[in-house]
Design a binder for this molecule. Structure first.
Ligand code: GDP
Length: 445
């Protein structure tokens, strides 16, 4: 996401590196570059104007920090302004004082509402809620069915009394659903509504009617981050027609230039609350303006990474491993396998690495990284006997040949893995000595 914008901005800053003082001409040249980068990323013109105006004013003002050189100061100012146009503070979901909390989804057809409904339910479950999905998109053929499928994947109940295909009353479905949620003790209700390909009066009216009938705690406007310049117009139409409390950016994983993301919060004055980054249930994040700004400027997003890790890592397993390493015991291939499974649970390794600072320079290698590598490694370790896993020293040539055959790999691949494992083991040993916690050091590089 934001790859090209990110490249453009970071290369602009490179030109400032090493400059002792910035002249007005330096600042103006930088501003011109930033302006072009933003326009090429499809950011709306008024937003670009405000942005560059603020950056220029601050860069030329006496605002100085002794800790930063002039180039770094410009980066900091751009970072601050990015956070600001992305909405400033993180805005969290607001829950009703008396359940159920009602969340209504609105947006164009194909924006990603139905997919998001599933992801939201999946995420809410991981936060300890009992969400229920409501199929109030009765327009599009198959929409009801699609929501049921998504609900199943999320492990959430879907209320769908009408078959869809243009029949049935979506307002009634939505209001009935609240009663059902109360009786079945669901504390969050997610209402999926119909979208049209373009902005359309009937669609707006229907969404507005549902809104009036169920009085939702949150109305989330879902927008496809790839739609570029149309984003602003669409968002404004929904703001006027339905009104919403927050924005969800979908398809941020695609080759999105970022314009929608960088325009919508500013133009509508509504916060971006979530980002949808793929077709899988876990490709979903809470949106943090500051972290997103860091990602755009290639400063990494370690906080999101840590949060995802904390959610998926098994505390008990991690502590057991920590104790083992601290006690000077060897990290063995069973531990390696456990860590591998944990990494797989976190989703795409590529995406995770992409959140680390300074990784944009390795973009090509990252693109080339084959996610199946993890599966291969896992297959190799699983083809070993328990004895081999605890004591890899016994892995002689014939054992390695057997393992290669059993895992559908080659002896070279087995050897490579063993080398990497030996390096990881050595690192763990050093950490053990230092008393540090083992992190994810055992991952293949
Ligand atoms: P709706 O009409 O608003 O309900 O949109 P859907 O949820 O049906 O999504 C439309 C299409 O976009 C489907 O093919 C989804 O699989 C796809 N999609 C939804 N969200 C994402 C996302 O975050 N990333 C990607 N790559 N595709 C998505």
């Amino acid at each position: 996401m934001f790859n090209s914008l990110s490249d453009r901005l970071t290369s602009t800053f490179k030109n400032l590196r090493g400059k002792g003082r910035l002249s007005e001409a330096d600042v103006d040249a930088t501003i011109r570059e930033i302006r072009r980068a933003l326009l090429d990323a499809d950011v709306a013109l008024p937003v670009v104007r405000t942005f560059t105006g603020n950056v220029r004013e601050r860069a030329l003002s006496s605002e100085v920090s002794a800790a930063l050189n002039p180039g770094q100061q410009v980066v900091k100012i751009v970072n601050d302004e990015l956070v600001s146009i992305l909405g400033g503070q993180t805005r969290r979901l607001q829950f009703a004082k008396r359940p159920p909390t009602v969340i209504m989804l609105a947006g164009l057809q194909g924006a990603g509402k139905t997919t998001l409904a599933g992801k939201l339910a999946h995420w809410l479950k991981s936060e300890g809620h009992r969400p229920m999905l409501v199929a109030a998109d009765l327009q599009r053929p198959n929409a009801v069915n699609q929501l049921q499928i998504v609900g199943e994947r999320a492990g959430a109940y879907t209320y769908a009394p009408e078959p869809g295909n243009g029949v049935g009353d979506p307002v009634k479905v939505a209001t009935d659903a609240i009663g059902v949620a109360k009786s079945k003790l669901h504390d969050v209700v997610i209402v999926d509504t119909a979208g049209r390909l373009g902005i359309d009066e009937v669609l707006m009216q229907q969404a507005a009617d549902i809104r009036a009938a169920v009085n939702p705690d949150e109305v989330l406007f879902v927008i496809d981050a790839m739609i570029g310049q149309d984003a602003v117009q669409t968002a404004e139409a929904f703001l006027e027609g339905v009104d919403f409390t927050g924005v969800v950016l979908s398809k941020l994983d695609g080759d999105s230039r970022g314009g929608a993301a960088l325009s919508v919060a500013q133009v509508t004055g509504k916060p971006i609350m979530f980002a949808s980054t793929g077709e899988g249930m876990k490709d979903f994040e809470q949106f943090h303006p500051d972290r997103m700004a860091d990602r755009i400027l290639d400063m990494g997003d370690i906080l999101t990474l840590i949060e995802q890790a904390e959610k998926t890592f098994d505390q008990e397993q991690t502590q057991k491993l920590a104790k083992k390493v601290q006690a000077g015991e060897d990290f063995d291939l069973n531990d390696f396998l456990t860590q591998m499974a944990a990494v797989k649970k976190m989703g795409s390794l590529k995406k995770m690495i992409g959140m680390m600072p300074g990784m944009s320079q390795y973009k090509e290698q990252l693109e080339a990284f084959d996610e199946r590598e993890i599966d291969r490694v896992e297959a190799i370790v699983k083809s070993m006997t328990p004895q081999e896993r605890t004591n890899p020293k016994i892995l002689n040539g014939s054992r390695r040949a057997r393992i290669a055959k059993g895992s559908g790999t080659t002896v070279t691949q087995v050897n490579q893995l063993m080398e990497r494992f030996a390096a990881a083991q050595k690192m763990m040993r050093q950490m053990g000595k230092g008393g540090g916690m083992p992190g994810m050091g055992g991952q293949p590089g």
